[in-house]
Design a binder for this molecule. Structure first.
Ligand SMILES: NC(=O)c1ccc[n+]([C@@H]2O[C@H](COP(=O)([O-])OP(=O)(O)OC[C@H]3O[C@@H](n4cnc5c(N)ncnc54)[C@H](OP(=O)(O)O)[C@@H]3O)[C@@H](O)[C@H]2O)c1
Length: 245
């Protein structure tokens, strides 16, 4: 049995990835605030309605998940840190403090805590273990009004490399990879397009990208992410800047 822990599965890339991973040989644990009814109804899938902003509650969620993982049956275990928020979309001095905190909690702190607990629970298992962090080109390509998002994604890339260094090629190492998934037509893009131009002038860029047909679908992105997650390209510490290469 392959076990998958996926965050942010209520919509977008996470939802598409979860649908594509459903199989008799797979068991999925899906996490988001809003339950996705069509996923929750599927066999071989536990839907966990949880707000990753509640950092202290993450440990209980992971304990519950690992209680359900059968170490005898487990052939491999995967964690995909996919959940994210894009707000605040404004210069930092005009960004509400609660949005700043929320951004760093969801985009950086939650993946760090999930990674820590995942490795803690699985390090003794002599099976394939992988953590895929869904990052963004925003880690490097900066636009005004997205400092929190870019900082969190750059932090996620550095965190992935640091943990990959710790794990290295030791016995039972957990492999950690960070990926930039490209530009995908999801709620996150919509939020950037619809943001107030007064505070977020870069919304024009997001509208141009949409108008020029440059956005890919969540389904196509999820296909590539699934291939990366399960395939040979998943090498310790890799930062995949071009998922579609
Ligand atoms: N779309 C793009 O063009 C693009 C480009 C580069 C990178 N990415 C990355 O790709 C990943 C997926 O993004 P997407 O475009 O699919 O975004 P999306 O459609 O907005 O989906 C985001 C997911 O994260 C979940 N989430 C947000 N806050 C949460 C919280 N507090 N607790 C639990 N779950 C939470 C949402 O579920 P709930 O709201 O139900 O909780 C939702 O399922 C993100 O890491 C994003 O940074 C996207």
């Amino acid at each position: 049995m392959k076990y998958f822990i996926l965050t942010g599965t209520s919509r977008g890339i996470g939802e598409a990835l979860a649908h594509q991973l459903i199989s008799d040989e797979h068991h999925l644990f899906c996490i988001s605030r809003t339950p996705n009814e069509s996923l929750a109804a599927r066999k071989g899938l536990d839907y966990i309605q949880f707000d990753l902003n509640h950092t202290h509650g993450i440990e209980t969620v992971i304990n519950t998940i690992f209680d359900k993982i059968d170490p005898v049956k487990a052939e491999s275990i995967y964690l995909v840190n996919n959940a994210a928020v894009v707000a605040p979309l404004a210069p930092i001095e005009n960004s509400p403090v609660d949005q700043i905190i929320h951004n760093i909690h969801i985009n950086l702190l939650a993946p760090i805590v999930l990674t820590s607990l995942f490795i803690h629970h699985s390090s003794h298992l002599p099976i394939d273990k992988r953590i895929l962090n869904i990052s963004s080109a925003s880690a490097k390509h900066l636009v005004p009004g997205m400092s929190c998002y870019s900082t969190a994604k750059a932090g996620l890339d550095v965190f992935s490399s640091s943990v990959a260094l710790e794990q290295g090629s030791k016995d039972n190492a957990v492999k950690v990879v960070s990926v930039w998934p490209g530009m995908i037509d999801t709620h996150l893009q919509e939020e950037a397009r619809n943001a107030d131009q007064e505070t977020f002038a870069s919304s024009v860029l997001f509208n141009q990208v949409k108008d020029k047909g440059m956005l890919t679908t969540p389904q196509f992105a999820a296909e590539q992410i699934k291939e990366l997650l399960l395939g040979d390209r998943f090498t310790q510490g890799a930062l995949i800047e071009n998922l579609y290469a």
